[in-house]
Design a protein around this ligand. Sequence first.
Ligand code: S3P
Length: 147
Amino acid sequence: MSRNIILIGFMGTGKSCIGRLLAARLNYHFFDTDVLVERYTKLTIPAIFHKYGEKHFRQLEKEVVARMANKRRSVISTGGGVPLDSENMQRLAQHGVVISLSASADIILSRTLGRNNRPLLKQDKQAVLALMQKRSKFYKNADFIID
Ligand code: S3P
């Protein structure tokens, strides 16, 4: 019973917050791919996007995910773009149960208001809905979906 728990979902659905609580409850390790990318590069995510662009961020994110493949008894919270890469999901799902978190655009906007740490999140409901729509099939690719 040492399968990892992988949390996926759109920005602001609570992956990091829930992940930390879940890991503490289960006495599992906790990893957050965004935090690992920042620790590895010693840069914030907005700085990585600004200096090197999204493509470079995705490569770093992919390297971090690859290093997660050998973890056990871990809750792994992923950045919102991780499931867009099928190799990422294959690696994570190999030893883990995938839980997709969802939330309405209004809730996401209210939770993220005043925070500018997400370069791809615009404080604009139509933009959030459009990005959600574009990504919805990737977030459905999970063992469980929880609002
Ligand atoms: C992203 C989500 C962010 C972070 C980066 C890109 C995305 O993580 O990885 O800003 O493409 O959805 P959270 O989902 O933890 O906000």
